[in-house]
Design a protein around this ligand. Structure first.
Ligand code: GAL
Length: 304
């Protein structure tokens, strides 16, 4: 699969799973993302957008051959008040498995077309391939929330990372034990650093975040940060990308870090704002040297 381009599923149809993530469950990889498979809608408020179709899911055993499992959380055209109405914005879905109830919990950025609702939505399913049922939407702890991700720690405690204070500060908010709500404990990180598109990983007791700057659909420089605790003192370190176009994140933007064995991979979106449904994907291995995190460009990702 050529990095930076849109990839096809096992039926030769372009994969619609933008702002996505990959979850491994019982030996199967599930790729969730925004289905943007329609022409751009008119952009009131200035941002290019596609009417909400829903969250797609694809499955694979080798991260190369992807089977479309369908739209697992669908838009609700008949309910204008729903956060899933086509006129809204549904972005960056992230799914975690809740072991005690064997359920799957999906969090997403729920917004309006001018990005002023700045909320999250939460949906649950007892199957990784859905259908997911919306359980709530809210501003996390009353705080604005745009780009976001979910990180589940090794002790099973999960956290929402969300760009807040008009994207100036990355808030970290702890989830309740059932993962469908927040328990109120939250703390800011990367204060006034204007970072978004967070992707989180843990390695040898150190937590890493990779984030982008805030330039909408346009690429910018990625930065990684480290901390010894999820809710702790996060410190921006450097641009992890190396080689040509490293200062533009290879014309991509971070969305998730998943790990296979000991090998972490960064997923990127290559946004094409003029026709968002043609936005491409990359999956790049993350390496560590004495100098820290390093992400080099690879022309291809061909699974495992
Ligand atoms: C980006 C963000 C995307 C989308 C876009 C809208 O900054 O990372 O997820 O919200 O802005 O312009």
């Amino acid at each position: 699969m050529k990095n930076g381009t849109i990839w096809n599923d096992d039926e030769g149809t372009p994969i619609q799973a933008h702002g996505g993530m990959i979850l491994e469950h019982d030996g199967v990889y599930y790729w969730y993302g925004e289905n943007k498979g329609a022409p751009n809608a008119s952009a009131d408020g200035g941002w290019a957008r596609v009417d909400v179709i829903g969250i797609s899911c694809y499955s694979s055993r080798n991260l190369r051959d992807w089977h479309h499992e369908g739209v697992v959380l669908a838009a609700t055209p008949d309910d204008p008040k729903s956060v899933l109405h086509p006129s809204r914005v549904v972005e960056r879905p992230k799914v975690i498995y809740h072991q005690p109830t064997r359920s799957f919990v999906l969090w997403f950025h729920a917004d309006n077309s001018t990005y002023t609702a700045a909320s999250v939505g939460v949906a649950v399913s007892d199957s990784p391939t859905g259908p997911f049922k919306l359980v709530r939407s809210m501003r996390p702890n009353g705080i604005d929330s745009r780009d976001m991700t979910i990180f589940k720690d090794t002790d099973g405690v999960a956290y929402l990372f969300h760009s807040s204070d008009w994207n100036r500060t990355m808030m970290i908010s702890r989830l309740t034990d059932d993962y469908t709500n927040l328990d109120g404990f939250h703390a800011p990180s990367l204060i006034a650093q204007s970072r978004e598109a967070p992707a989180i990983m843990l390695r040898n007791g150190t937590y890493y975040s990779v984030t982008s700057g805030c330039t909408g659909w346009d690429p910018n420089v990625a930065l990684y940060a480290t901390s010894s605790a999820v809710i702790g003192h996060w410190r921006l370190i450097d641009n992890p990308c190396t080689g040509p176009h490293a200062r533009k994140t290879f014309y991509g933007q971070s969305t998730y870090i998943f790990t296979v064995g000991d090998q972490p991979y960064l997923m990127l979106d290559h946004w094409k704002p003029k026709n968002l449904q043609t936005s491409g994907y990359s999956i790049l291995p993350i390496t560590f040297t004495d100098d820290g995190m390093e992400i080099a460009w690879h022309d291809e990702f061909n699974g495992i």
